[in-house]
Design a protein around this ligand. Structure first.
Ligand SMILES: *Cc1c(COP(=O)(O)O)cnc(C)c1O
Length: 427
């Protein structure tokens, strides 16, 4: 593999493994690796371009399989230096791919149903994957403060990663998030700022802060480090395929907030095909949203190419981005792969959380209720094929969104006597 050493804007050099440059998704314009996220030519989003020449497929497979049981086993495919696993980080990934036979029976899926359970990450959501990439980029570019705009989970992931790596952190969230998310973001000791507004207001504020002297030396994981951050989602695709025995699933159901995760899962699958690590066969990607924040599914159903912003109002707060940056790319991928984007109501989300818990013993946060609920709906509509291998993502832990299932509780309260137990009808 060619290891690239590239000049940054500050004239120092960075080693980010096989990452070769930043490339504009709209016009293809390439710039050297650096803390930039928008194309200077057309303002399109920049993403990482790789030099994957000279790989031997079997050698790469052996190297991955001999790697650590976390995302760094895929370091040769990520924008990070080869020695990344030796640095202090929280080592997310290699979460369970659960064969969900009980859920499959309940939903009538015969082709094999799996839940990729990312609640098992260090801060109990998929966000640890993306933050780990952004942290390495922040190190490479010499940032000392880690920051983000967050719908909740990202704030916790940044707080934890910064604490372990010895960075200062200062993160921004909508002021009215779930208590579980606030505590899980604050406990790591960094600064946590509530903004009076929704996520889109928080994000706009952070963009202003980047351009201001007050934000100098700050790495915003999902703004100026976004191209690196986004690559972390590829590891979900790598893990799913490796855990299936280096096979592509036929269908994947992915939640959509900004849409970044979905687009990078597609990128990861494409890379595995190109590198020969899986066979070249079709797969289908489905996107899942909450009805109360469904700008992408609304556009999909209307046959539109542009995504019209919405004002979010849903219990699925981790997915409540009304103006999703990657929305148009999600539409492209769903259409190209023969998939769809669908949404479910808040009661359907709660129902799906309980269904997954009851059948598989997995307690998902509301985002997991969205993917399971959408899976059920797409099966009913005949859009998802029950005879195909299907992977549903659970991206967060139900302990963070206890309010969603607040109606769930004691079956009965009894005196500590057998009579009382019998009276309650439980014998
Ligand atoms: C952030 C997040 C997502 C997906 O986010 P994208 O912005 O679409 O990449 C999914 N689930 C949970 C729980 C999240 O916190």
């Amino acid at each position: 593999m060619a290891v690239q050493t590239v000049a940054t804007t500050s004239d120092s050099t960075v080693d980010l493994g096989p990452a070769a440059a930043l490339s504009c998704r709209e016009c293809g314009h390439r710039v050297p690796l650096g803390p930039v996220f928008a194309c200077e030519e057309c303002f399109g989003p920049l993403e990482i371009a790789y030099d994957f020449s000279g790989y031997d497929t079997e050698e790469l497979r052996r190297r991955i399989e001999a790697g650590p049981a976390n995302i760094w086993r895929y370091a040769p495919l990520l924008p990070v230096p080869a020695d990344v696993a030796d640095k202090p980080n929280i080592n997310p990934g290699w979460t369970k791919l659960v064969k969900a036979d009980n859920l499959a029976r309940e939903l009538g899926v015969t082709g094999g149903l799996y839940v990729k359970d990312d609640s098992g990450n260090p801060t109990h959501s998929f966000k640890d994957r993306v933050v780990a990439q952004a942290l390495e980029a922040a190190r490479a570019f010499g940032f000392t403060t880690l920051s983000c705009s967050s719908t909740g989970n990202l704030a916790g992931a940044v707080g934890a990663a910064a604490a372990r790596a010895g960075f200062r952190s200062c993160v921004f969230i909508p002021h009215d998030l779930e208590q579980g998310k606030v505590v899980m973001a604050a406990v790591y000791g960094g600064e946590l700022v509530g903004i009076e507004g929704n996520y889109d207001d928080v994000n706009r504020f952070c963009s202003e802060l980047i351009g201001d002297p007050a934000g100098e030396g700050w790495g915003f994981v999902n703004v100026n480090l976004r191209p690196y951050y986004a690559e972390g989602s590829k590891t979900l695709a790598y893990e799913i395929c490796e855990q299936l025995g280096w096979r592509l699933p036929d269908q994947i159901v992915v939640p959509i907030a900004s849409g970044s995760q979905l687009t990078k899962i597609d990128k990861g699958l494409q890379e595995l095909i190109r590198l020969g690590l899986v066979e070249d066969k079709p797969y289908t990607i489905f996107g899942a949203q909450a009805e109360g924040c469904s700008p992408v599914s609304t556009a999909f159903k209307a046959g539109h190419d542009v995504v019209r912003p919405q004002k979010p109002d849903t219990i699925a707060k981790s997915l409540a981005i009304g103006n999703p940056a990657d929305g148009p790319y999600v539409l492209d991928i769903a259409r190209r792969t023969g998939g769809a984007v669908e949404d479910v109501t808040d009661p359907e989300i709660v129902d799906a959380i309980k269904l997954l818990a009851r059948t598989e013993g997995i307690f998902a946060e509301t985002a997991g209720g969205v993917t399971v609920g959408v899976t059920r709906k797409l099966l009913k509509e005949g859009v998802l094929d029950p005879a195909k291998t299907t992977v549903v993502l659970n991206t967060g832990d139900g302990l963070k969104t206890l309010d969603a299932v607040a109606g769930t509780g004691l079956t009965a309260t009894i005196r500590p006597t057998l009579d009382s137990f019998r009276e309650a009808g439980l014998a």
